[in-house]
Design a protein around this ligand. Structure first.
Ligand code: ATP
Ligand code: ZN
Length: 644
């Protein structure tokens, strides 16, 4: 049999061998270091026997899946610990979140377990690892299906595994048997340091229609030192979670009666959002965009015509009727493209009108699964910094460059670093997802690549990731939570203009179809503000801070009137202030302003009143500076203008 290794080399053997025997054959050290393997994409343990030709990846500490193996294995042992401590536990599945460096195991149990049990679970995991080994067997799906021994979750997983790989693996430790397609190492000695950390709930299959299972989370590593590092970075990340920061900054609220995933922008959040919006609209003005306002609903026929209904139907809020007894069906729009096409079509456009850049900071709705809803990062009602730009074929490359420039200028203002650019192309084999027109696709894909080459940009090509209507460039960033997100997107579309019969009159008085470019400038305000809060730890720059100056009067009451005078002067220049005239000590008030991350704290007393000065300190600094009020106001105006 022929075995193709990750580096492309091919090894030939004339009999069946286990993974470890193959590893040994390649190098003795490899036998020692291999902890699991991947055979044709399927994870297998080290004594798995290979009988025929395959692609083989040996997983050692250098392999990208090393931590994955460690985490899934520990999750499995944690499941075994839970099952052995608590009677009638139904283990469901094991999980590993790479971004969060964390494993988890979900299970059903009655009564539910409490936080005080975590240390008991941790001890049991240690004991199991010390005294037991992990073994495994293949089991037949027919047997599992009929057997009473497996709970419904395990049967579900077995069926899926059988469907994908044609084999089902059952792992054992002590008295626990567990089915999983995830990688498990038989080498339990690798697990040198671990911590069971949290307890939470998770719907089975992340679907709110299903039962809420309990979930135990933890972290693991192959040395105490690296576990300590993981802990420090996890703590930093948790403290940056925008949902935690929101508790002090009060940016948004969620009310389950209004609906999960339907955020309420509170006054502070509204200021942040509106300031960003004002800036973006100014930038769009600079780049000759025009702004429109269109309704958040449309007829279902509009979205059937656009193709969104066929492609995204399941992710939309479902159609509703208009008035009672009225058959007309509407939907809450999940995207704004068809509305902007309708705006374009209000007039007959000529080649001189193009590029026509229609922008809208537009509300849209998507029915995201309830399990995926996360603060402001993943919501069901969102406002997209959207634009649809109609161009002639000869304008595509130039316009694309202009959009890219606009996007990078904006990201720079927010000090957001691009992680990488992803060029999403179609999968020519996928005849279902993609509109079939090879010429169109080829032209569009070549045009995009030309621009990227011209601009000397590095990018990753992602085959099969294009939208159904055309190729796109996604600008990817890494959030402080280590999540990879698309912050901006530029998408070419040759299809929608044709579907909607969009035209312009060219120089020869002929009707032609323009090309449409969909552009998301910074994505949605919801996800962007979540990202910003996490990146800045809530310490927003002056221009975005909801309260920019906290005024703290001290001494007798006459100073309060000067405090009001200072406030009015700042207010004249649209600088946002708050006077703290509570009956508290100065140090308390200053600490409170620090907690709220207010950029400037002014202390106003007798001297300030007499000299028309202010004494200020900046967030995070102990230094107190006294300057003329007029000078202070000018400094702030300048800083705000420079988006500092
Ligand atoms: P995802 O893969 O995260 O679901 P998507 O690829 O479907 O997003 P697009 O359709 O390209 O997203 O939407 C454009 C932008 O809208 C994204 O870059 C993101 O900023 C934002 N976005 C999408 N879905 C959500 C959501 N549920 N909540 C908040 N923002 C969202
Ligand atoms: Zn669009």
């Amino acid at each position: 049999m022929k075995i193709k290794l990750l580096d492309g080399t091919i090894k030939e053997f004339n009999c069946s061998l286990t993974i470890l025997e193959i590893a040994e054959n390649i190098a003795i050290s490899l036998k020692k270091n291999t902890i699991a393997a991947k055979v044709n994409g399927k994870y297998v343990p080290t004594d798995y026997i290979i009988e025929k030709d395959c692609d083989l990846e040996l997983i050692t500490s250098h392999h990208e899946d090393y931590l994955k193996v460690l985490n899934y294995t520990t999750a499995f042992v944690a499941g075994a610990a839970i099952e052995s401590i608590f009677k009638d536990t139904k283990l469901a599945k094991i999980l590993y979140k790479k971004d969060e460096c964390e494993f988890g195991v979900t299970f059903e149990i009655e009564p539910r377990i409490g936080l005080d049990q975590l240390s008991v679970i941790q001890s049991k995991v240690m004991e199991l690892l010390k005294n037991n080994s992990i073994t495994w067997t293949k089991v037949l799906w027919d047997e599992i299906e009929k057997s009473e021994e497996y709970n419904e979750y395990q049967k579900y997983i077995a069926k899926e595994m059988y469907g994908t790989y044609g084999e089902v693996f059952l792992y054992k430790i002590a008295n626990t048997k567990f089915i999983t397609p995830h990688p498990i190492t038989l080498n339990t000695k690798l697990i040198k340091a671990l911590e069971i950390q949290q307890l939470s709930g998770e719907y089975w299959l992340n679907d709110a229609k299903n039962i809420m299972l309990q979930k135990v989370h933890g972290i693991v590593s192959d040395s105490q030192a690296s576990l300590d590092e993981i802990k420090v970075s996890l703590e930093d990340r948790r403290s940056r979670d925008h949902r935690i920061i929101n508790k002090t900054l009060n940016v948004f609220g969620i009310d389950n009666l209004v609906g999960p995933g339907l955020p309420l922008w509170m006054p502070n959040g509204t200021i942040i959002k509106e300031e960003i919006k004002r800036y973006l609209k100014e930038k769009e003005w600079e780049y000759d965009y025009i702004h429109v306002t269109t309704p958040v609903i449309g007829t279902i026929d509009l979205y059937k015509k656009s193709g969104h209904w066929d492609h995204y139907g399941e992710d939309m809020f479902q159609p509703f009727n208009g008035g009672a007894g009225n058959e007309e069906q509407f939907i809450l729009r999940p995207m704004n493209c068809p509305h902007h096409i309708a705006v374009y079509k209000q007039e007959q456009r000529s080649y001189r009108d193009l590029p026509l850049r229609i922008a809208e900071h537009a509300l849209q709705h998507r029915y995201e699964s309830s399990g995926s809803l996360t603060g402001l990062e993943r919501v069901r009602a969102m406002e997209l910094t959207d634009s649809h730009i109609f161009v002639r074929p000869d304008q595509v490359e130039q316009e694309f460059k202009a959009i890219y420039k606009l996007v990078t200028e904006v990201l720079d203002t927010f000090k957001i670093e691009i992680d990488y650019l992803s060029l999403s192309l179609r999968d020519p084999e996928d005849k279902i997802k993609y509109y079939q027109d090879d010429k169109m696709w080829n032209e569009a894909e070549i045009a995009l690549e030309n621009v990227l080459k011209d601009l000397n940009l590095d990018y990753k090509k992602c085959i099969g990731e294009a939208a159904f209507y055309g190729p796109k460039l996604d600008i990817q960033i890494k959030t402080a939570q280590n999540h990879e997100i698309t912050v901006s997107t530029i998408q070419l579309d040759f299809l929608l203009p044709k579907k909607f019969d969009v035209t312009y009159i060219d120089q020869n008085q002929e009707y032609k179809a323009p090309i449409m470019i969909h552009r998301g400038l910074i994505g949605t305000y919801e996800r962007f503000v979540a990202t910003l809060l996490e990146q800045t730890k809530g310490i927003l720059p002056l221009w975005l801070a909801p309260t920019q100056v906290e005024i703290i009067p001290i001494g007798d009451e006459t100073n309060e009137s000067y405090a009001n005078e200072v406030r009015n002067e700042l207010k004249k220049h649209f600088i946002r202030t708050h006077i703290d005239n509570r009956d508290e000590r100065l140090s308390y008030k200053i600490r409170d302003a620090q907690i709220k991350k207010i950029p400037y704290q002014l202390v106003i007393g007798e001297t300030e009143k007499t000299n028309k000065t202010v004494t200020f300190r900046m967030y995070g600094s102990e230094e107190q500076i006294t300057i003329l009020l007029s000078e202070f106001v000018n400094n702030l105006i300048n800083k705000i203008k420079l988006k500092k």
